[in-house]
Design a protein around this ligand. Structure first.
Ligand code: FAD
Length: 513
C-alpha cells in the first residue's frame, strides 16, 4: 500500500516520504509484535547491516532480525510474503563488494547472531554447522577433533552460508572442487518460508539451486561439511617466473597431476617488477630474513612477474617431506634462486589472511572502499588476459594481491547455480584492490573505471569469461551472465522464491517480476 501511495508523492516532497516511512516502520513494529520470535528485532538504527566490505554502497533496512532458530527465519520470510514490497536479505559477514547482502527498506537477517552450532558426525567424515558460522570458527572447533574441512577460501572471516551462496574457492579447489562441492546436506528456508532439508538425493533441485545460488532460492541455516584428518604442518613455497607461458604451464601441470600426487594447495599471483612495497618484489618473500634478491630477475623480464604458490601438508618431523617437495619442484621452470619457503603450522597457514587483515586494520585500509573484481577466465583466453590486462592496464598493480591460478571444470557439478566459462581448465583472476592514501594511487572512481575497462577489454578481445561474485544492474547483464542457464535460474526462482523476497541486493529479480 505504501509503495502505491509513494508513486503519488512528488520526488522532492521529502517530508511526505519521511512521514510515510515512519508510518511504515510503525506498521512493521505491530506486525513483528504478533510474531513471537525466539530471537530479536532491531528497528531504526541498523548500523553495519546497511554497509559491506566493498564500502561503495549503503542502504537503510527497515529492521535487522537476529534469529535464534530456523523457524524465526521462516516467520520473517512469511511475514514479508504478505506484503507487496517487503524483501529479506540474509547477511553473513557482509563481505560482499556491491551491496549483495543489503535489503533497502526491507529486512536484513543477521545470520551470525544465530547460535553457532558445530557438531562432528559419528563417522568423523562430516560436521553439521550453522549457516551463520564463520569458517574460522568451524576450523577451530573441528581441529580440536583432529579434523579439517577439505576445501577452503583464502580468508576465513566469511560465513558458511555466504560462501556456499557463491562457490568458495582457494588453493585446494583443484583437488576437491569449491566449497559448494564439499557439502552433502543443507537445511534451507525457502522464499516460501518452508524449512527444508535437502541433499543430492532429497529435494535435490533445491540443494543444487541454493549452491552458488546468490541467495536467490533460500537461506542456508545448516550445512553438512565434509572433513578429513588435519595435518599439523605445511611446507609453504613461492617460486617466481618472468614468463607467463612458463608460469601457466607449470601451474597447469601441478593441478592436473594424479590425485594425491601433487601439492595440497596451488595458487598463483602477479606482482609488479619493481621495489614497490605493496605491489612489487617485497610482496613475495615468506620470511623477513630472506628478502627478494632482484639481481636474480632475468634481464628479459617485463613490467610484471608471476609467482606460483604451493603448499604440502606434512606431519612434524616427517623426514620425507623434503624429498617429496624436490620431486615435485624438479619438473618446474621457475627462476633459479627466486624460491622462498617456510614451514608453518597448518592452522597458521589457513589463518594467513587474518594476519594481513590485522595489518590492514592498523593501516586504516581494511575499512576503506574495496572495488574488487573477480573473474573466471577460460584457459583459451588467459594468455591474452595477461598481455592486455596484467602487462598493460595493471602494470602498476592494484594496491593489493592480483591472484591468478588454474581450476579444473571437472571438479564443479554443473547442476549447481554457478556458471563457468567453457573448457576443461579455467583461471580464477582476483583483483583485490585496496585504497591507499598515496598521492599517486588511483581514486575509488578510477579503480571502478579500470574494472570496467578490463571487462570491456575481455569482451572486445572475445575472451571467454564469467564474473565470480557477479554484480549487474540490469536484467540484460544477468541474462548474459547466465547465458543458456538463465531459463533454469528463472525457473528455480519461480519454484523456490516466487514472490522474489530473497537477496534483493543482488538486483536480479525485482519483487513482482
Ligand atoms: P555476505 O556478504 O554477507 O552475503 C553474500 C550473499 O550471500 C548475499 O546475497 C547474502 O544475502 C547471501 N547470504 C549470506 N548468508 C546466506 C545464507 N546463510 N544463506 C543464503 N544466502 C546467504 N571468496 C572465495 O571464494 N575465496 C576467497 O578466498 C575469498 N576471500 C575473500 C577475502 C575477503 C577479505 C573478502 C572480503 C571476500 C573474500 N571472498 C572470497 C568472497 C566471499 O566468498 C564472498 O564475498 C562471500 O559472499 C562473503 O561471505 P559473507 O558471509 O560475508 O556473505
Amino acid at each position: 500500500m505504501i509503495a502505491f501511495v509513494k508513486q503519488f508523492v512528488h520526488e522532492n516532497d521529502v517530508e511526505s516520504i519521511q512521514e510515510l516511512e515512519a508510518k511504515e516502520e510503525d506498521d512493521i513494529l505491530v506486525l513483528f509484535k504478533g510474531m513471537e520470535l525466539q530471537g530479536n528485532v532491531e528497528y531504526g538504527s541498523t548500523g553495519s547491516a546497511g554497509k559491506d566490505f566493498g564500502g561503495m554502497q549503503s542502504s537503510k533496512p527497515l529492521a535487522v532480525i537476529r534469529p535464534a532458530v530456523s523457524e524465526d527465519v521462516a516467520k520473517v520470510i512469511r511475514l514479508a510474503s504478505r506484503s507487496q514490497h517487503l524483501t529479506v536479505a540474509a547477511r553473513g559477514n557482509g563481505h560482499s563488494i556491491n551491496g549483495q547482502a543489503m535489503a533497502h527498506r526491507g529486512f536484513v537477517i543477521d545470520m551470525k547472531s544465530m547460535e553457532t552450532r558445530i557438531e562432528v558426525g559419528p563417522t568423523r567424515k562430516y560436521a553439521d554447522v550453522s549457516g551463520g558460522a564463520l569458517w574460522e570458527e568451524v576450523l577451530k572447533y573441528v581441529l580440536s577433533h583432529g579434523l579439517a574441512p577439505r576445501s577452503w577460501t583464502d580468508y576465513l572471516g566469511l560465513t558458511v552460508g555466504g560462501t556456499l551462496s557463491n562457490a568458495g574457492v582457494s588453493g585446494q579447489t583443484f583437488i576437491y572442487g569449491p566449497q559448494t562441492e564439499n557439502v552433502t546436506e543443507l537445511e534451507v528456508v525457502t522464499g516460501k518460508g518452508d524449512v527444508t532439508v535437502c541433499s543430492h538425493t532429497q529435494n535435490s533441485e533445491l540443494f543444487f539451486s541454493v549452491l552458488g545460488g546468490l541467495g536467490q532460492f533460500g537461506i542456508i541455516t545448516r550445512a553438512r561439511v565434509l572433513l578429513q584428518p588435519a595435518p599439523n604442518m605445511v611446507r609453504w613455497i613461492r617460486m617466481v617466473y618472468n614468463e607467463f607461458s612458463e608460469f601457466s604451464r607449470d601451474a597447469e601441470l601441478l593441478v592436473t597431476r594424479e590425485e594425491g600426487d601433487s601439492f595440497d594447495y596451488v595458487e598463483g599471483f602477479v606482482f609488479v617488477n619493481s621495489n614497490d612495497p605493496v605491489n612489487g618484489w617485497p610482496s613475495v618473500p615468506l620470511d623477513a630474513n630472506y628478502p627478494f634478491d632482484s639481481t636474480r630477475i632475468p634481464r628479459t623480464a617485463g613490467p610484471v612477474l608471476y609467482c606460483l604458490e604451493v603448499a604440502l601438508h606434512h606431519r612434524k618431523d616427517d623426514p620425507t617431506v623434503g624429498i617429496r617437495v624436490e620431486q615435485l619442484l624438479g619438473q618446474l621452470r621457475f627462476c633459479e634462486d627466486l624460491r622462498f619457503e617456510v614451514d608453518v603450522q597448518y592452522v597458521d597457514f589457513l589463518l594467513r589472511v587474518k594476519r594481513a587483515e590485522k595489518e590492514a586494520k592498523e593501516g586504516g585500509i581494511w575499512d576503506a572502499p574495496h572495488p574488487w573484481l573477480n573473474l573466471f577466465v577460460s584457459k583459451t583466453g588467459i594468455a591474452d588476459f595477461d598481455r592486455v590486462v596484467f602487462k598493460n592496464i595493471l602494470k602498476h598493480g592494484v594496491g593489493g594481491p592480483m591472484l591468478v591460478y588454474p581450476l579444473l571444470r571437472s571438479k564443479w557439478d554443473n547442476r549447481t547455480s554457478i556458471v563457468l566459462p567453457d573448457g576443461d581448465i579455467f583461471y580464477i583472476v582476483a583483483l583485490l584492490r585496496f585504497c591507499f592514501p598515496y598521492t599517486k594511487g588511483l581514486s575509488v572512481e578510477e579503480m571502478i573505471a579500470q574494472n570496467q575497462e578490463i571487462i570491456k577489454c575481455c569482451n572486445t578481445n572475445g575472451l571467454d569469461f564469467k564474473l565470480y561474485l557477479p554484480h549487474y544492474n540490469s536484467e540484460e547483464g544477468w541474462k548474459q551472465h547466465f547465458g543458456n542457464q538463465w531459463t533454469r535460474f528463472q525457473e528455480r526462482k519461480a519454484c523456490f522464491d516466487p514472490n522474489a523476497i530473497l537477496a534483493p541486493g543482488q538486483k536480479i529479480f525485482p519483487k513482482n517480476w
